[in-house]
Design a protein around this ligand. Structure first.
Ligand code: DAH
Length: 322
């Protein structure tokens, strides 16, 4: 009987030092395992006088139940957290981290901004929901003008449109800033186009505008050329083709030669006197040049992407390449 008491006492001391499930397992083995203290005590029964056997057996069983109950209680108390700590397998390879990154079009936009900042331009912003006045009227495109047919406008009301180009930012800047002006304005534009390899109902442009008392068409050509060299390397060539835009006179379209082909980038020209008049800048005193740029086109040219829709499908197999 003393022995049984000793086992219980020693168990009571051991159980408070248990910190995790493996300590607990050691205790289980020590007391109720195959060669445990309780198990061994059962083998004493044969040496005990017959009349004492039932009492001893009952006491030992009580002790065994006591120990087993406490072990189970403790085990449940550890719950999952200590189990998963015990289950930590240091030999497993680590989990790979996936980092996000900038979309290729934003990367190109950032490069364009960097290049023009280094030329002394500042970066401006304008609303994507525009009024008819800024998108057309002030840019010398009156209601009846056939040039409106060039741009498949998404109208919200008769007077409010999703901007079809970034050119309205020219007007907003000139209204608020006296010359000299040297800005670019990148952003998203919208047109009622059916998507195909080279068309998307929204795409990205950068507007450029320089106004001072001295600028000429030669400055315009120089800046486009310098930009092309910075963007595409010194072998890139630029060509200008006569064209028409209501807000510039003369106007041109320009292409860049890169990777063995010409790619049309956008239009440019000298700011039309009517545009200056709309923002109350004296066309006799000031001159200016303006240019557009298709960011998506530049990205397609630079990365040799043949379908503009790939940029907007959000397919990681495509995006991860950049
Ligand atoms: N806004 C024109 C377009 O979206 C592009 C453009 C042409 C911009 C000539 C200009 C410019 O600033 O001078 O098609």
């Amino acid at each position: 009987m003393d022995q049984i008491d000793k086992i219980k006492e020693s168990f009571d001391i051991d159980i408070v030092t248990v910190k995790n499930t493996s300590d607990l397992e050691q205790l289980r083995v020590k007391y109720v395992g195959r060669k445990g203290l309780v198990t061994n005590a059962f083998s004493l029964i044969k040496d005990i006088p017959n009349q004492d056997k039932p009492k001893f057996g009952a006491e030992l069983n009580k002790c065994k139940n006591y120990i087993e109950n406490l072990l189970t209680e403790k085990k449940n108390g550890f719950g999952e957290s200590s189990q998963s700590k015990d289950a930590l397998d240091l030999s497993l390879p680590g989990r790979k981290q996936f980092f996000g990154r900038k979309h290729p079009l934003i990367q190109v936009e950032d490069q364009i901004k960097d290049i023009f900042r280094s030329f002394g331009f500042s970066v401006e912003d304008g609303p994507e929901i525009e009024t008819d006045y800024y998108n057309f009227e002030a840019l010398n495109i009156p209601k009846s003008h056939p040039a409106r047919a060039m741009q498949d406008t998404l109208y919200i009301t008769e007077d409010i449109v999703l901007r079809t180009h970034t050119s309205p930012v020219q007007i907003r800047v000139m209204e608020n800033t006296p010359p000299p002006i040297r800005i670019i304005a990148p952003g998203r534009v919208y047109r009622r186009d059916t998507p195909d390899a080279t068309h998307s109902p929204f795409f990205h442009q950068v507007e450029g505008l320089v106004v001072s008392d001295t600028v000429t068409f030669a400055d315009l050509k120089g800046i486009i050329q310098a930009f092309a060299h910075r963007m595409f390397g010194k072998d890139a060539k630029v060509r200008f083709r006569p064209s028409f835009f209501p807000f510039t006179e003369p106007s041109a379209e320009y292409d860049v030669w890169f990777n063995g082909k010409w790619m049309e980038i956008s239009g440019c020209g000298m700011v039309h006197p009517n545009v200056f008049r709309a923002v109350k800048i004296d066309p006799q005193k000031y001159s200016g040049y303006a240019f557009g740029m298709g960011i998506d086109r530049i990205a397609m040219l630079k990365y040799n992407v043949r379908d503009i829709r790939l940029f907007f499908e959000n397919d990681l197999r495509f995006l991860q390449q950049f």
